[in-house]
Design a protein around this ligand. Structure first.
Ligand code: ASP
Length: 305
């Protein structure tokens, strides 16, 4: 029986998106909603919906996740992802995995096929093989855009990993869904930050940092400067704020805490347990899309609050 109208919101990163990339970002987030929302309406679970939406964004070279990810300090791609089920707080995460197009699907396998919650690096890759994931060549995930950017910043002594949020590309992806049974889920997937040290793991696969989902409060996916997001456990913080604030106020307060407490930068999307959307960011832009009350898709990159 249908108990609630499903909800779906996705993001494609919060940063200073150059105007020339606006269209690709808007198209990407809109396409994910167009493909997945009808399935949610036909009974797809929130967990399948966030995985499916994030898979699409991982495969779109516009974004810093799966194909199109940043290169680390030695020119390699290392990916992080997590997925969380608000029914029982189960989650799965992977970090520093390589040559996989859909790390969020591996994170789901960790959640459902192991007694653990997080696998990293070599062990995660061995598990991926066991689960039948296709290991791609490193070039398969590489874009010319990121190769050029890597060469540009490689030896620049003034470059800092948080700077791209103000000046350069940054496109972690995420999704939050509520299905017709009222269950909530969240997922986030990223290539991390540009020129990161080998083995650097950001907020995206950290429970409560890059995502959180709890049917009792709501679910959130975060994006932005991971080192700052982790310090304030941003996604869990916003979920807790859902208890006493309307959804938009909770998201805005989370971003204010990020800024005031640790001088952080980023954005969040979410859905509270009543099915209300949440979004906020303090970067110049954040690409996101959702299905509104009139059942129309709204895609935004510079939202007028
Ligand atoms: N939060 C991600 C990280 O720090 C990057 C991003 O959101 O674009 O790894």
């Amino acid at each position: 029986m249908k108990m609630t109208e499903p909800k779906l919101i996705v993001h494609g990163g919060a940063w200073n998106i150059p105007d020339k990339y606006d269209k690709a970002h808007l198209n990407g987030v809109q396409a994910a909603i167009e493909a997945i929302y009808p399935k949610l309406q036909s009974g797809m679970t929130a967990l399948d919906a966030v995985e499916g939406a994030v898979n699409m964004l991982e495969e779109d070279p516009t974004f810093d996740s799966g194909r199109g990810a940043f290169l680390n300090e030695i020119g390699e791609i290392e990916l992080d992802a997590m997925i969380m089920d608000g029914q029982n707080l189960d989650f799965g995460a992977v970090a520093a995995v390589q040559n996989l197009l859909n790390p969020v699907s591996l994170a789901r396998k960790v959640m459902e096929n192991t007694e653990h919650t997080m696998l990293v690096g070599k062990g995660a890759m061995i598990f991926a093989k066991k689960m039948g994931f296709k290991e791609l060549s490193p070039e398969a995930l590489l874009t010319d855009r990121e190769l050029k950017f890597f060469h540009k910043i490689k030896n620049d002594p003034s470059f800092r990993s948080e700077l791209p949020f103000e000046f350069n590309p940054m496109d972690t992806v995420g999704a939050v869904a509520m299905d017709e049974k009222g269950n909530i889920a969240a997922a986030t997937s990223t290539g991390g930050t540009a020129r990161k040290l080998q083995g650097r793991v950001g907020d995206s696969p950290i429970v409560g940092g890059g995502a959180y989902a709890d049917n009792q409060t709501g679910a959130v996916s975060a994006t932005g400067w991971g080192e700052s997001i982790m310090k304030v456990v941003l996604s869990k913080t916003v979920c807790d704020l859902f208890k006493t604030n309307n959804s938009l106020k909770a998201a805005q307060t989370g971003i204010t805490i990020l800024k005031n407490r640790v001088n952080g930068m980023g954005g969040v999307i979410g859905i509270n347990n009543r099915g209300d959307y949440a979004f906020a960011y303090n970067t110049p832009k954040m690409a996101f899309a959702f299905v509104n009350e009139q059942a129309a898709i709204e895609a935004h990159i510079k939202y007028q609050f």
